[in-house]
Design a binder for this molecule. Structure first.
Ligand code: A2R
Length: 344
């Protein structure tokens, strides 16, 4: 039985990827988590963990070399999905060093550990996905944005410590493929969201605030940052299907792909889509909160995904409205279960 190892297993993407692999393959799914990682996103899998039914947990940290070596040398996974990261751009302005350390040095640690294991066991040839981000392209001036969207070879112009860290992640993935012949592919996924999305991201905080308003827990005011930024949205469940295709459909070492959805709108349009889905839509007011504005914004995030689509045949399937409805329902359920929650 093949073994997949997911760093960032407890995150939004890692947990959906685990669901996808359990549903669509017969692989074992091994997740990396830290000793205090919240288990909310994977709580539905814990029974299977207890029963050792294809899901296994490994405690470690990508910033801890010994733990990575211990886990990976024993497990020797066939597929590695390296998703773990400090994943939030706005937080990276407050914690630049931690962001750079986890996303660049942590990625290097994962790849270097695999390289050393491969050196001592020449039969070991894992297929590795390194997850960068569309944020590497950052703030592209309007006149420089290609008609067909941002393609793989557009110049990097990162606009946050997070984006800079993901340039490092991206280049490390390609370096390990070129220098050591490792089967590493790098992706730059554009905005992807859905249930379990962290409440620090714009569409998720909108949905969460609306659910809190509906529950009567906060006044009917949704606090927002920059509403003008243009985004192309994908559903996280389509995104993890893309990652599965990336590693299983003729993986080409050193390749890098832009991947994203097909629905483009402003952050303001997303806000209004969510408000229109609310039972309180006529009462809700919108207020700008300066704390939610980035010092600079990656504001024209529209992808050209032809390279990935031609290579794999992947197409996004879940419509934007469905994603937003599922996200809103996710928060409604969570608030019903947990009651008062931090307003963000
Ligand atoms: O914070 P935790 O303990 O729940 O774990 C997070 C994990 N993570 C780490 N794991 C091991 N060692 C570390 N030093 C470390 N730092 C963070 O990464 C969590 O499981 C995951 C991040 O989850 P989310 O914030 O929900 O990110 P999401 O949306 O799943 O993004 C996945 C990937 C990231 O590379 C993003 O930068 C990219 O997609 O867009």
């Amino acid at each position: 039985m093949k073994k997949a190892f997911i760093t960032g297993f407890t995150g939004m993407v890692g947990s959906h990827l685990a669901d996808f692999l359990l549903e669509n393959t017969d692989w074992e799914v091994h997740g990396l988590l830290r000793w205090r990682s919240p288990l909310d996103n994977v709580s539905h899998l814990l029974e299977r963990v207890n029963e050792e039914d294809r899901v296994f947990l490994h405690y470690g940290d990508i910033n801890d070399e010994a733990s990575m070596h211990h886990i990976l040398s024993q497990l020797k996974p066939d597929y590695v999905f390296h998703l773990a990261a400090q994943s939030y751009p706005l937080t990276s302005f407050d914690s630049p060093v931690e962001t750079l350390n986890t996303n660049i040095v942590g990625t290097c640690r994962v790849l270097e550990t695999l390289r050393i294991i491969m050196q001592t066991d020449s039969s070991y040839k894992p297929v590795i996905h390194v997850c960068a981000s569309s944020e590497v392209f950052g703030k592209i001036p309007k006149e420089k944005k290609p008609e067909t969207g941002i393609h793989e070879d557009c110049p990097f112009h990162p606009a946050s410590p997070y984006a800079i860290s993901k340039v490092g992640t991206d280049l490390l993935g390609r370096y390990y493929a070129e220098a050591y012949g490792m089967t590493v592919m790098t992706t730059r996924m554009f905005t992807h969201t859905g249930p379990r999305r962290g409440d620090v991201f714009h569409e998720s905080t909108f949905a969460k605030q609306i659910a809190l308003i509906e529950a009567g827990l906060i006044p009917p005011v949704v606090k927002v940052g920059n509403l003008d930024s243009l985004r192309t949205y994908a559903d996280v469940r389509d995104a993890v299907r893309a990652y599965y295709m990336l590693v299983t459909m003729n993986p080409i070492p050193g390749e890098y792909y832009n991947i994203g959805g097909s629905y483009t709108c402003t952050v303001g349009d997303t806000l209004h889509t969510l408000i229109n889905m609310s039972t309180m839509k006529n009462q809700i007011k919108v207020e700008t909160d300066p704390e939610r504005l980035r010092p600079i914004d990656a504001d024209l995030q529209v992808p050209d995904c032809r390279k990935f689509k031609e290579h794999t045949g992947w197409e996004p399937e879940i419509p934007f409205e469905q994603t937003m409805e599922d996200l809103l329902n996710y928060w409604r359920e969570k608030i019903k279960k947990t009651g008062v929650t931090l307003t963000r």
